[in-house]
Design a protein around this ligand. Structure first.
Ligand SMILES: Nc1ncnc2c1ncn2[C@@H]1O[C@H](COP(=O)(O)OP(=O)(O)OP(=O)(O)O)[C@@H](O)[C@H]1O
Ligand SMILES: [Mg+2]
Length: 364
């Protein structure tokens, strides 16, 4: 880590979170640190956004107070006889990490195995899942659903040309995650399990807006994608932490300690709570019973992690480092499900507007 020591870059270094630094340090211990690695890491630290450990979620990202304070899961109506077995959401803090590619590959694979699958593009600000699935923009999109031009969500489901697989394409107009109204979000969540499918695969947009976090938390399985780059690792942590706090904040049975959770979300809080494990300690101190409930809620949060564009064993190991750091600082048991190699076939498939797994069935 020569050249990026604390003394040399005090302000920037201090601005970075402990866990990001630890991950970067773990990595640089593992790999033979060449000058290029040092430059890359230094570069990414220099270009880092303000403190990644700031759990205070950015106000400008949200549709006002409403998105922040109201709980979309409270009183959420669910159809009694839903066919849906599982909802998957593919997220990750950063843009361009392969969320859409993985969502479409997963959807195609499940469909090929005989399941009826609907892939849903909830990247409301930059919908392009149809492109990774190799279809033209469907006539009906979520814009029609939000504008009530269609009777229900199912009416937006369009065949992809691939057996068992349909798509609900993202909104193509000014409706986006930043201005999706609370009531629209609830209506959308309530409608999801009315869809006639075994699996719903949700492709999320980048960032940590409350709407994106809520879609992620709604899913039965949340998959976080990251690239083996410090900036991506940092954004993945930010995403995990934001989703984690959002979940705790919305949990009904944690309402007695909601104030404390909110205090903890302010990175500059006077109680010195800097990490979710600090929060746990603080809660436990005043009420072991509340601590137990908090622990139960933490234990239920088990996002999966997938590393994309691996080129070396060191890249693959990043998944393990992230898992270790999440356990240590958040108390979260991440499930590192595996990695995808970097493969130039991906770029070719995207340029040809063809799904990767149909265009190159034998690619890694
Ligand atoms: N395993 C891979 N090997 C090579 N290139 C890849 C791989 N995965 C993704 N890419 C490249 O990264 C690009 C971005 O992928 P994708 O659009 O799936 O990311 P995203 O996370 O959905 O981005 P956004 O946040 O902008 O929606 C793709 O166009 C593709 O060229
Ligand atoms: Mg995408």
């Amino acid at each position: 880590m020569d050249g990026i020591g604390k003394q040399k870059l005090p302000n920037l270094y201090d601005a970075l979170s402990d866990e990001t630094l630890e991950a970067v340090e773990t990595l640089s211990e593992k790999q033979p640190t060449t000058m290029r690695d040092v430059r890359d890491i230094k570069e990414s630290i220099l270009n880092a956004n303000p403190p990644p450990f700031t759990s205070q979620l950015p106000r400008q990202d949200n549709s006002g107070e409403e998105a922040d304070t109201r709980n979309p899961f409270e009183n959420l109506k669910q159809p009694a006889n839903s066919r849906v077995k599982q909802v998957w959401a593919i997220g990750g803090g950063k843009g361009g990490v392969g969320k859409s590619l993985i969502a479409s590959s997963l959807a195609i694979t499940l469909a090929r195995n005989g399941n009826k699958v609907v892939a849903i593009d909830l990247d409301l600000g930059g919908a392009n899942l149809h492109t990774t699935l190799g279809v033209d923009l469907p006539k009906q999109t979520l814009s029609d659903f939000f504008a009530k031009r269609v009777p229900n969500l199912e009416a937006c489901s369009t065949p992809t040309g691939l057996k068992n697989l349909e798509i609900i394409s993202g909104a193509q107009d000014s409706v986006n995650v930043a201005n999706l109204k609370f009531a629209q979000k609830v209506k959308l969540l309530e409608s999801l399990r009315e869809i006639d499918a075994d699996y719903l695969i949700i492709d999320l947009g980048a960032g940590t807006t409350f709407n994106t976090l809520d879609f992620f938390l709604y899913a039965d399985v949340g998959l976080i994608t990251l690239l083996p780059e410090p900036t991506s690792i940092e954004n993945a942590y930010r995403f995990i932490k934001s989703a984690y706090f959002r979940r705790l904040r919305l949990a009904k049975h944690l309402s007695p300690i909601r104030n404390l959770i909110e205090v903890a979300m302010d990175a500059k809080n006077g109680l010195g709570i800097k990490s979710p494990s600090d929060l746990f300690r603080e809660v436990n101190k005043s009420s072991p019973e509340a601590g137990l409930r908090l622990k139960e809620e933490i234990d239920k949060f088990k996002p999966k992690l997938l590393l994309n564009q691996a080129r070396t064993q060191t890249d693959v190991d990043i998944g393990f480092s992230v898992k270790t750091v999440c356990k240590k600082y958040f108390g979260i048991e991440m499930d590192y499900v595996g990695y995808l190699d970097y493969d130039s076939a991906v770029g070719q498939a995207v340029r040809r507007k063809r799904p990767l797994v149909t265009e190159f069935p034998n690619c890694n």
